[in-house]
Design a protein around this ligand. Structure first.
Ligand code: UAG
Ligand code: ATP
Ligand code: API
Ligand code: MG
Length: 471
């Protein structure tokens, strides 16, 4: 493809690819030089050109010799637009989900519901790129722009017509998912996380709002979970831009949740929609999974789904990996659940989901990730201490930090908790302690397959370790 075809000029330079990392340049590549939180990509421009970059997308004031300078005040955004033209075509129907918690669950449930309608569907997010036949991990929730667009194009080549992706706040603020038309966008909730990166709750919220104010198509649809303190503000932003709204939840209008009754293996939801009552037998437990199921149903309705059929299909959804997944039942008869709760709000949601199923005590084992928001740690501790009967504080991806120091931060909020460094020992202790009627909740790692210690990833799977400890 010629550079001129991408930039709308007569430039006949041949373009072979796009890269944002100078180490991934091959002859003919367009290099995006971005200023980041650790490095300044502009410093690598000479090396990129030496490796064969034919054009560099960079700020106007940057000096470039030996390659075309595509000057832009916002190089990340300009790069995304160009790269999208290069990688197109994409799946016809692309939707996105943002919110502090529930993104992975939503994209996965949306993918399942589309599939039940007969679409060739995929999701991209924390679990990787998932299709009906395959799951490939990308490492990040929202991959970098080049990986994202090339994955989307690859899905289209495989025949995928419907794709749902997770728009993390990091991804939104770094324009990692721009350039392709996004038909619908969902908001799940907004609570504390990632303040290490965004600094303030306001900045974190604004990063998420870009999905509605800039990324979703002007004639697209916003699906808003209404029972969150921030929902009204999201709705206000969407109305200001004139985008169509689908609201869901107890205070929602499109799918109004009237009643929710836990059953042994799931829950029964009574909804009001289009002036009629509907009963949904959802095979997932917990208020939070009901919220995600309804938001995902909203995404399907926004992309052509029929109301009665979509609600009926909710009865056939499969659990999402690592989200309230029952790993094993201990010898004493206590079920052990694994959940990806790694924020104060998620810990609250996960405990609330399991509480109705516990005849005895609810025992929680969790830690907090290193090199991430420090302030959330004691809040996670306090939430667990308030809602669980026994709290065991352990390790979760210490990364470059001292695990004992992270545990101390968590324990500030849970001074009476038991401290057991070493996640396997903590899980073993919880399972040994649990009696019949008790429930054990292993929170924070969900589907993860490793414990990140320093720069090493040591194999670790909560589900597998729970089974070993219960054997
Ligand atoms: C804080 C953060 O988001 N960092 C990500 C981001 O960094 P950045 O733009 O600030 O990049 P930087 O490392 O300062 O480098 C600046 C630029 O120089 C380039 N560079 C850098 C070094 C070099 O030798 N050559 C070079 O060309 C980089 O490619 C980049 O374009 O861009 C990089 C390339 O895409 C990512 O790998 C990196 O993710 C790091 C590994 C990370 O841990 N990110 C986490 C926090 C994250 O993004 N999490 C979110 C949310 C999780 C959730 O709640 O779901 C996610 O979406 O996964
Ligand atoms: N709608 C919700 N409301 C409150 N908590 C939720 C909701 N959905 C999920 N959770 C909690 O958050 C955890 C993570 O869920 P999920 O992976 O779907 O979220 P996510 O937004 O993709 O997270 P991440 O930011 O890590 O990608 C769940 O295991 C659960 O504890
Ligand atoms: N996407 C989230 C996942 C956190 C999961 C938890 N296990 C941790 O390591 O903190 C993050 O990177 O902040
Ligand atoms: Mg996720």
């Amino acid at each position: 493809m010629l550079l001129g075809a991408l930039t709308g000029t007569g430039d006949e330079t041949r373009v072979t690819g796009f890269a944002i990392d100078h180490r991934k340049i091959a002859p003919g590549t367009v290099f995006g030089a971005f200023r980041g939180s650790t490095f300044n990509g502009e410093d690598f421009i000479p090396q990129a050109i030496a490796s064969g970059a034919v054009a560099v997308v960079a700020r106007p004031e940057v000096e470039i010799e030996g390659a075309v300078h595509v000057a832009a005040e916002d190089p990340r955004r300009a790069f995304a637009q160009l790269a999208a033209r290069f990688f197109a075509p994409f799946p016809e129907t692309v939707v996105a989900v943002t919110g502090t918690n529930g993104k992975t669950s939503n994209v996965e449930l949306t993918r399942q519901l589309w599939r039940m309608r007969g679409h060739h569907a995929a999701s991209i997010g924390t679990l990787g790129v998932t299709t009906a036949d395959d799951q490939v991990t990308t490492g990040l929730t929202t991959p970098d722009i080049v990986t994202f667009l090339s994955n989307m194009a690859g899905l289209a080549r495989e025949g995928v017509t419907h794709a749902a992706f997770e728009a993390s706040s990091h991804g939104l603020s770094q324009y990692r998912t721009e350039g392709l038309p996004v038909r619908a966008a969902a908001f799940t909730n907004f609570t504390r996380d990632h303040l290490d990166y965004h600094g303030t709750m306001e900045a974190y919220f604004e990063a998420k709002m870009r999905l509605f104010t800039e990324v979703v198509e002007p004639d697209g649809t916003a699906i808003v979970w209404m029972d969150d303190p921030k929902s009204a503000e999201v709705v206000r932003r969407c109305r200001e831009r004139g985008i169509r709204l689908i609201t869901v939840g107890a205070t929602g209008e499109t799918l109004r949740l009237i009643e929710r009754t836990p059953s042994q293996l799931g829950q029964i939801l009574i909804l009001e929609a289009e002036g009629q009552r509907h009963t949904v037998n959802l095979p997932l437990i917990g208020a939070y999974q009901a919220a995600n199921a309804l938001t995902a149903a909203g995404l399907v309705l926004a992309t052509g789904g029929d109301l009665a059929q979509t609600l009926a299909n909710l009865a056939r959804v499969q659990p999402v990996r690592g989200r309230l997944e029952r790993a094993v039942i201990s010898r004493a008869g206590a079920p052990v659940y694994v959940d990806y709760a790694h924020t104060p709000d998620a810990i609250e949601a996960a405990i609330a989901a399991l509480r109705p199923h516990a005849k005895g005590r609810l025992i929680i084992v969790f830690g907090a990730g290193g090199d991430r928001d420090v302030g959330k740690r004691s809040q996670m501790g306090a939430t667990a201490a308030r809602l669980a009967d026994l709290v065991i504080v352990t390790d979760d991806n210490p990364r470059s930090e001292d695990p004992a120091a992270i545990r101390r931060n968590v324990l500030e909020g849970a001074p009476h908790a038991r401290e057991i460094g070493g996640r396997r020992a903590a899980i073993a202790a919880a399972i040994a302690e649990a009696g019949a009627g008790d429930i054990v909740l292993l929170a924070g790692k969900g589907h993860e397959q490793g414990q990140i210690v320093g720069d090493q990833v040591l194999p670790f799977d909560d589900v597998q370790v729970a089974r070993e400890c219960a054997a």
